[in-house]
Design a protein around this ligand. Structure first.
Ligand code: BTN
Length: 326
């Protein structure tokens, strides 16, 4: 009911009387007043003037469906959206519900207290400063076909930022960099049988409006936020909707054409890895080489110092930069 009242207030630039709302929603005026107060507590600024009624004057910086819907032009991506004020990890929550939820279901949190990065690392997710979300996917494919799906997430983030005039680069396979520092990452988790995917959970984390103080000292040489780089606050609602819009379009091509070529091309063209010296860690082994390309399967083609060329599909790859390997 609260969402319906909010939607009605959003549709209307003028005052709507309490009387009118109570007729429309079949409840008493004090019932309406109770919901208006709940909205005010969430940060909505609602003017209320006796005999004129209520008028919404501003909305809070929160990533509910109600707040992003006007920017969203997807068919199914993000249309079923679970919103959390605070959660352990959206990926963990997504895995709990994935088997019974529809494809494209999205879980968004304002804060994660146990955000997870790749390789068991933690992912700092301070309140209302970033985009911390997970998307549930159910591609009808064999598991070996989705190896490159993380690139699809990275390409969507790249394109969404570009739309907002923000230049970024993709560090294969899952990092988004601005000026050689990480502002985002992707963690894809899969539940599958030998020849069937039950579901995939793609977690996307973007450091949008973090300030210097939000970035732990030990990460300061490697990580930053869009706000720190651009020197301005970024509209998280528009960025989130842009990511979902781009993601759906790339995902539909991926599933229909059974090929991730569009996303791979974006990652190749805007790569922070190709042409650079890289350090590849596979298990306990660490080897130096040069990244030559990303092939059509989405694997990184590396020429190792010893001379042989190998296609890497998993493992950790660091790129040599001015501040050492990132
Ligand atoms: C990485 O670069 O190591 C991957 C980071 C992925 C972070 C996101 S934030 C939303 C989702 N929930 C998590 O716990 N992790 C992912």
């Amino acid at each position: 009911m609260k969402t319906k009242i909010l939607k009605r207030l959003k549709e209307n630039d003028n005052f709507i009387s309490g009387e009118k709302l109570s007729q429309e929603f079949h409840m008493t005026r004090s019932g309406i007043w109770k919901y208006i107060n709940m909205l005010k507590e969430e940060g909505y600024i609602i003017e209320s003037i006796p005999r004129r009624g209520y008028r919404l004057t501003s909305s809070p910086d929160i990533l509910t469906f109600e707040e992003i819907r006007k920017y969203l032009n997807t068919e199914f991506m993000g249309r079923n959206l679970y919103y959390f004020d605070s959660v352990d990890s959206t990926n963990n929550q997504a895995k709990k519900i994935a088997s019974k939820e529809m494809e494209g279901t999205c879980l968004i949190a304002e804060q994660q207290v146990e955000g997870k990065g790749r390789l068991g690392r933690r992912w700092i997710s301070p309140k209302k400063k970033g985009i911390w979300m997970s998307v549930i996917l159910k591609p009808d494919m064999e598991p070996y076909n989705v190896g490159s799906i993380t690139l699809l997430g990275a390409a969507s983030v790249y394109k969404a930022l570009k739309k907002m005039d923000i230049d970024s680069q993709i560090k294969w396979p899952n990092d988004i960099l601005i000026n050689n520092k990480k502002i985002g990452g992707i963690l894809t988790e899969i539940s599958a049988e030998l020849n069937k995917i039950n579901y995939l959970v793609m977690g996307i984390g973007i450091n949008v409006n973090l300030d210097e103080k939000d970035i732990p000292d030990e990460l300061k040489t490697k990580a930053t936020s869009i706000k720190i780089n651009e020197n301005r606050r970024i509209d998280r609602k528009i960025l989130l909707a842009n990511i979902l819009n781009e993601f759906e379009s790339l995902y539909i091509s991926f599933v229909n054409e059974n090929s991730n070529s569009k996303a791979i091309e974006i990652c190749r063209k805007n790569s922070a890895t190709i042409g650079k010296e890289v350090k590849v860690r596979q298990g306990k082994e660490e080897k130096l080489g040069k990244a030559l390309d990303i092939n059509n399967k989405g694997e990184l083609v590396v020429e190792f110092k010893e001379g042989h060329i190998q296609n890497i599909f998993a493992g950790e790859v660091s790129v040599r930069g001015l501040e050492g390997y990132i």
